[in-house]
Design a protein around this ligand. Structure first.
Ligand code: HEM
Length: 396
């Protein structure tokens, strides 16, 4: 006989959160997130082993208060693999790790260093794809675009992109293994050593030769600390940027009338990118740990508990965005989305990511005029933390 599951007092207080499954969040999260946002904006979700924050104002409150909601916790799996970096530190040490990267990632510096190379890379990739009349754009276009630009930023040669991607896969595997409680993998440890050794040569070289060397030359960080931060740039530069580009292409191809508006007025490209980031942010959730016992929107959070901010939910909050589930190029406040987070950990790569997406989409729309989704294959986005279509099959 099966015992009935007796809800704990917390589960009874947050019935929607108690019922939430990882599968719902992975495949079709938006209807569930909308219900949570309305009825349990800070909810205890046993499937996530933590609290889930879904309202825009509360998301901002958590992201902006790094003293109370910290990333600096021994459970942070990325730090266990690549060492402490700006992503896993708070307070003074966070500021020290982040400071050297701020200037090289400013808009003017990013434009000067990357505008030409991003446009060239997009053309090169499309030269290869165009004759076939069909492609899988996530792995054949968005991924290589993101991989090549971050390789350049880190001072590596384009021919090194395959080894960069191999290191990256091994590091991701190790982070996943630690998250699952199985410890770091041997491949992950080797990849971190290989990446560090290669990047140390960049750091020792000409400070003007790459964004990484420029950052290193102005920092008081050790080589090990610089290369830990470079590994974090690699994560941001590949996983989320590939998703950002793939999600934007998908959404435009699903909405032919919006695509037509954009084709007629290329000035709308930035609005299209923001609207896509709002509706399907490539990083859907960020994690913090409560450094003290506290109350947030009626929830009593204990010290040390995991607090997860759903960027995907905050980005569709009707209190901020009218008609929040609709893709609208004429949205006046489209930039208030939180796809790049906010507060002290706001994404350092925003301007580079935007520049890459702009170059990729502009070239794609110009070079492949009859572009449409392959009707035979699904391209629905998936993912619990990083969300993008597993495949993006198109024809033209
Ligand atoms: C060139 C591409 C990118 C690079 C180099 C990059 C790099 C970084 C770095 C280094 C951080 C940590 C900043 C800190 O903790 O002080 C960060 C944070 C973040 N990035 Fe990016 N990123 C890129 C693209 C993206 C994209 C495309 C997205 C989403 C669409 C994204 C979303 C985020 C978010 C949400 C955070 C906050 C993480 C947290 O607070 O826990 N990034 N990024």
């Amino acid at each position: 006989m099966q015992r009935e599951h007796r809800p704990s007092p917390r589960e009874a207080a947050f019935p929607l959160g108690a019922k939430l499954s990882l599968e719902q969040l992975r495949s079709d999260p938006h209807p569930t997130l909308a219900r949570l946002r309305e009825h349990e904006p800070v909810s205890w979700v046993p499937a996530l082993e933590g609290w889930l924050v879904t309202r825009h104002d509360l998301a901002l409150e958590v992201m902006r208060d790094a003293e109370v909601f910290t990333v600096d916790d021994p459970r942070f799996s990325t730090a266990l693999v690549v060492g402490p970096s700006m992503l896993s530190l708070d307070g003074l040490r966070h500021a020290q790790h982040r400071a050297p990267f701020v200037a090289p990632f400013r808009p003017a510096q990013v434009r000067a260093r990357f505008a030409e190379v991003a446009a060239q890379q997009a053309e090169l990739l499309l030269d290869r794809l165009a004759p076939a009349g069909a492609a899988e754009l996530r792995r054949e276009f968005a991924g290589p675009m993101a991989g090549s630009i971050i390789a350049v930023a880190l001072g590596l040669e384009l021919r090194e992109v395959p080894s960069v991607l191999a290191w990256y896969e091994a590091i991701v595997g190790s982070v996943t293994s630690i998250t699952a409680g199985a410890g770091a993998t041997v491949e992950g440890e080797q990849a971190v050593r290989g990446l560090r050794a290669r990047l140390e040569r960049v750091v020792a070289g000409d400070p003007n030769a790459s964004l990484l060397a420029a950052a290193a030359s102005r920092s008081g960080l050790t080589n090990e600390e610089i290369t830990s931060n470079a590994a974090v740039l690699l994560f941001g530069g590949i996983e989320t940027t590939e998703g950002m580009i793939a999600n934007a292409i998908l959404q435009l191809l699903e909405l032919p009338e919006q695509l037509e508006l954009l084709r007629r007025d290329p000035q709308l490209l930035d609005a299209a990118i923001d609207e896509s980031l709002r509706l399907e942010p490539a990083a859907t959730v960020i994690d913090r740990y409560a450094s003290a016992e506290l109350a947030l929107a009626g929830a009593s959070i204990a010290r040390g508990e995991l607090v997860r901010v759903s960027i995907a939910a905050a980005n569709r909050d009707p209190a901020v965005f009218d008609d929040p589930d609709r893709f609208r190029l004429d949205r006046a406040n489209g930039r208030r989305h939180l796809a790049f987070a906010q507060g002290p950990h706001v994404c350092v790569g925003i301007h580079l990511a935007r520049l890459e997406a702009r170059a990729a989409l502009a070239a794609l729309l110009r070079r492949l005029p009859g572009l449409r989704l392959d009707p035979q294959r699904s391209a629905a986005p998936q993912g619990l933390v990083f969300r993008k279509p597993p495949r993006l099959d198109v024809v033209w």
